[in-house]
Design a protein around this ligand. Structure first.
Ligand code: CDP
Ligand code: CDP
Length: 235
């Protein structure tokens, strides 16, 4: 069966990665969390006190950063490794969320991450989520989605997610972080978050995760089977 690239962009915490994981699992595709890569870079910068205004320091740091995704045998999901260490939980913490959009503004960081992401998606059969996937990383992706949801709903969902991991953070603090990241992400000079012209909008405010996954799987199937009459007859 034909393999496609599915690009999911949108605001923070509206369900991009959960939907992407579900869709990838149904289709047998690889899920790639591009945000995790920016978070891993941020963690490295934080630990090594890299000055984000010093281009030479940034370039040198990027040379020393190796980000990989390794499947966890128990969950079957990709986990993020930074220079050989599993950082999957650390990069989701609030102190990283508070710095990540500043790091993601840096041109050198974006150029390096985009190049790595393009390599990861070269063979197709991938679902990648982020902010510039349908516009910059894979402008030719066969299916592009742009996700959104009400800010209160997004903050509530993120709060629950953090609580499930034992981190108790107030709703106001989470909402401020989401708003601030959305502001920086949409207004930055280098590949800002914008809806690709050919992206389909998915508002998740009143939907369940299962409904979102089903909708995206159906959209993907129509692209996969597009023009392939043999497949259509088989269905
Ligand atoms: O999951 P959440 O929406 O909180 O964020 P994320 O997808 O983990 O991304 C964290 C941050 O990385 C975003 O707020 C952006 O600043 C940056 N990012 C980006 O600039 N480009 C991407 N393709 C993905 C993430
Ligand atoms: O990747 P992004 O930051 O856009 O959002 P996410 O991390 O996939 O979703 C944030 C939380 O919302 C996760 O705990 C999801 O399970 C939950 N959620 C959702 O994504 N969609 C719904 N309709 C309901 C809850």
């Amino acid at each position: 069966m034909k393999k496609i690239v599915i690009a999911i962009d949108g605001y923070s915490a509206c369900g991009k990665s959960s939907t992407a994981k579900g869709v990838a699992s149904v289709l047998g595709y690889t899920y790639i969390d591009s945000g995790a890569m920016y978070r891993a870079v941020t963690l490295y910068f934080d630990r090594n006190h890299v000055s984000i205004t010093n281009t030479q320091e940034v370039k040198k740091a990027l040379e020393n950063i190796d980000i990989t995704f390794i499947v966890n045998d128990k969950t079957g999901l990709n986990e993020t490794y930074l220079n050989g260490l599993n950082v999957e939980d650390e990069i989701r913490k609030m102190y990283i969320s508070k710095q990540v959009s500043q790091v993601s503004m840096i041109k050198e960081v974006r150029v390096e991450m985009v190049s790595q992401q393009q390599k990861l998606g070269k063979k197709k059969g991938v679902v990648m989520d982020g902010r510039d996937i349908g516009t910059v990383v894979f402008p030719d992706a066969e299916l592009k989605l742009f996700m959104d949801a009400d800010i209160y709903v997004r903050a509530g969902r993120r709060q629950q997610e953090l609580l499930d991991k034992g981190q108790m953070i107030g709703l106001e603090e989470i909402m401020e972080n989401l708003k601030e990241r959305d502001r920086i992400d949409t207004t930055r000079k280098e590949s800002p978050l914008v809806k690709a012209e050919d992206a389909t909008i998915v508002d998740t405010t009143f939907r369940t995760l299962e409904e979102q996954i089903e909708e995206v799987v159906n959209l993907a199937l129509s692209k996969i089977l597009d023009g392939d009459s043999t497949q259509l007859e088989l269905e």
